[in-house]
Design a protein around this ligand. Structure first.
Ligand SMILES: *Cc1c(COP(=O)(O)O)cnc(C)c1O
Length: 432
């Protein structure tokens, strides 16, 4: 193996004039260490410099690049889940300066930062009280820590049938297990009320129900309705908490609230807002969460709070979120989007494009049937993987199907269709 360049040789190269030397040195150290470990080397100094420069520039690249979501999945964690309502984002400029986050300008007194958003939640969901956290995962941790802490040998009941993985390796029961003694009841496919009843003992404080979100079970199955779990909890003086993940409507959530002490969901999944976790319940229980020391670790910042408040205000005024607008698309609207893209590509001789029926999904761990949709299937005289990757690099995220790429219309904004056509055009021109 050729020897690695000396640090000073690298750093003194003219191309790094104007770069921060200590940052550069840290990056160079990392690069040299990687090469030492992988027994890799570059042929000349210019190549070393290119590598280092690429890493330096990557640090200064814009945090996000725009993506055209042609995957047919509305809420994709990889693509930032819910698209945000643009009006609210324009108004976000206010946080440029100082804001009245925790002070009432009228009385000059300090006040709770989430006061207004909590009031909106109470009004929209007809909830006695509400709490806002960073995400729904925090809600699981906070509820179990507050009501059935492991440190006090308290126990939480959960069905074996609810040991589910939501996505990205996220398992609600693993979070719970880190803060409470989990007492698993029933079996994978069948859990009865008597299983919960039999498992109750002096240490039991909490019954948790975790929604299946992203799968369903059929055949020889039985589970206990929330209403019965709520009754059992009341009878045994326990707390019943339901992690809804993301039910799709405000109405369903209101109904769920009537048969739980506490429930939580992801604000972005349900409302299409910035990511946050919402806990609803009665005053005593919410107050116990609000005054728990962990709340400080899970509370939201001013940017999330601003965006969430704007979304809730829109919701109160009957405004539709981008997600709701997508979900309300009928077949004609979807077909028209597909035809529009197809038409925009029609003069490209090197491209084979067809409009096809497709099936989209809500995604984001939301349970629900497939959504009828349309897509444009394209082939461009190159390997399908190559086409998929070249488009992806430009932010056009499609789906690979057998020997073609499918661009699903469901989660695409109509205004972006001509830009997507332009990207495809440029890809073909570059490969011609
Ligand atoms: C998505 C989901 C979560 C995690 O929510 P985050 O807001 O991503 O933390 C927890 N539980 C269920 C049932 C979910 O669907």
């Amino acid at each position: 193996m050729q020897s690695l360049p000396a640090m000073h040789t690298l750093l003194d190269t003219p191309c790094f004039a104007g770069c921060d030397k200590s940052v550069l040195k840290a990056l160079a150290n990392e690069l040299l260490e990687e090469c030492r470990q992988n027994q890799h080397t570059y042929e000349n100094l210019a190549q070393w410099c290119n590598q280092l420069q690429a890493r330096y520039e990557a640090l200064l690249a814009p945090p996000f690049k725009k993506v055209y979501n042609a995957t047919g999945v509305l809420l994709s964690t990889n693509l930032g889940r819910a698209p945000l309502e643009s009006g609210a984002l324009r108004e976000l400029e206010i946080v440029n300066g100082y804001v009245d986050l925790e002070v009432d300008l009228q009385s000059t007194k300090r006040f709770e930062r989430a006061f207004q958003a909590q009031n909106l939640l109470k009004a929209i969901f007809n909830a006695p009280d509400a709490l806002i956290l960073n995400n729904n995962a925090s809600a699981l941790v906070l509820v179990a820590s507050a009501f059935a802490p492991k440190s006090k040998r308290k126990q939480t009941l959960l069905s074996y049938g609810q040991l589910v993985e939501i996505g990205g390796g996220f398992r609600a029961h693993e979070l719970l297990d880190s803060v409470t003694h989990l007492k698993l009841v029933g079996s994978t496919n069948k859990t009865y009320l008597r299983d919960y009843r039999d498992a109750c003992n002096d240490a039991s404080e909490l019954i948790v129900s975790v929604h299946w979100s992203n799968f369903s079970m059929e055949g020889f199955v039985a589970s206990v309705p929330s209403k019965s779990l709520f009754s059992l909890a009341q009878e045994k003086d326990l707390i019943f908490y339901e992690d809804l993940g993301s039910m799709q409507s405000v109405e369903d959530t209101k109904k769920a609230l009537k048969r739980t002490h506490l429930l939580s969901f992801s604000a972005d999944k349900l409302l299409g807002s910035a990511q946050a976790g919402i806990v609803l319940g009665n005053k005593t229980h919410i107050e116990a969460l609000r005054t728990h020391p962990l709340y400080r670790a899970f509370r939201v910042d001013k940017i999330t709070l601003f965006l969430l408040t704007k979304t809730l205000q829109g919701c109160l005024q009957g405004q539709k979120t981008p997600i709701e607008i997508f979900l309300a698309q009928d077949k004609d609207a979807l077909l028209n989007k597909a035809l529009k893209l197809h038409r925009a590509l029609s003069d490209l001789k090197a491209l084979k494009a067809f409009v096809i029926p497709t099936q989209a999904r809500v995604g984001g761990g939301v349970q629900g049937g497939l959504l009828e949709s349309f897509g444009v299937q394209i082939q461009a005289g190159m390997d399908v993987k190559a086409l998929y990757h070249i488009l992806y690099k430009r932010g056009v995220a499609g789906v690979m199907r057998a020997n073609c790429v499918v661009l699903d219309m469901y989660a695409l904004f109509e205004k972006d269709i001509s830009t997507i056509a332009q990207h495809i055009r440029e890809v073909l021109e570059a490969s011609a």
